[in-house]
Ligand binder design. Structure first.
Ligand code: ADP
Length: 256
């Protein structure tokens, strides 16, 4: 193992003889540029499922669809509509985080307890793929907004399950240091190729669009994670190796 905190700016670490690239994803981008691009992307992302819903509905209306195909068409309409709702919910989450003056209370939160609750919500998803989910570590108290932290942990664990193999594992850990609290979500899943590592935290960025659509992604999960971390003045580190797994670390400073 290695000590992330001893060398937070170091680019590469050697773990069991393998060189890993640690990426600091919490770099700031121009807020104005991000907002402009976001508005354009949202419109595009909303338009795509709506266009297919319209297309299927028109076909069905025309009476040209064979009765035996009706159920497949309604499934497609249902899935596209479901995707639209996921998108809208994620967009609302992001806008709320963008506003900064979120109308939610800051409070003292036991990060380990919150992680346990959140992981519990994902247990049936994990069971479907026979993935072993574990949560452990220290009862660390941080000052934060419960709902935002919960969304952050949820998105990290959801990805760790979605982009994982059958019988894989996901380990969530909370560790206290003298001036930091570190949350780690580690999986032994697909991993993220190095050329994509600096981009997966961007809004709507997905490595494989078709695959992501299958797994129900919006491409907003990690950007919500990044925003949630920034909202709490926390830093994010990503380590990943294709075919081996991904570890995402969120580092909270204790003197807030
Ligand atoms: P999505 O809604 O597609 O999951 P995210 O913003 O959460 O969007 O993630 C962006 C992309 O990063 C995903 O499409 C996936 O390709 C990749 N990714 C995220 N988390 C992981 C992980 N734990 N393991 C492998 N790939 C991941």
């Amino acid at each position: 193992s290695f000590n992330l905190l001893a060398s937070p700016v170091k680019d590469e670490v050697v773990v069991k003889g393998v060189i890993l690239f640690i990426l600091d994803v919490t770099e700031k981008q121009s807020a104005e540029k991000m907002r402009r691009e976001f508005a354009a992307n949202v419109s595009h992302e909303l338009k795509t499922p709506l266009t297919s819903i319209l297309g299927y509905a028109e076909l069905m209306k025309s009476g040209m669809v064979k009765p035996e195909d009706i159920s497949e068409f309604s499934d497609r309409i249902y899935n596209e509509a479901r995707h639209l709702i996921d998108l809208i919910e994620d967009v609302i989450r992001i806008s709320r985080l963008d506003e900064k003056n979120v109308q939610l209370p800051f409070e003292e939160i036991d990060l380990l307890e919150l992680a346990k609750e959140t992981v519990g919500r994902l247990s049936s998803l994990a069971q479907q793929k026979r993935i072993k989910l574990s949560v452990g570590g220290d009862n660390a108290i941080i000052f934060g907004v419960r709902q935002i932290l919960e969304e952050m942990i949820y998105n990290l664990c959801d990805n760790a399950i979605k982009y994982n193999y059958e019988n894989g594992k996901v380990d969530v850990n909370v560790k206290t240091f003298s001036d930091q609290v570190v949350l780690t979500v580690a999986d032994n899943g697909f991993g993220i190729p190095r050329e994509h590592q600096s981009r997966v935290f961007e809004r709507f960025y997905r490595i494989d669009k078709s695959h992501s659509r299958e797994t129900g992604g919006t491409g907003l999960g990690l950007s919500i994670v990044k925003h949630s971390a920034e909202f709490h003045n926390a830093k994010i580190r990503l380590m990943s190796k294709p075919g081996k797994g991904t570890t995402i670390t969120v580092i909270f400073s204790r003197e807030q």
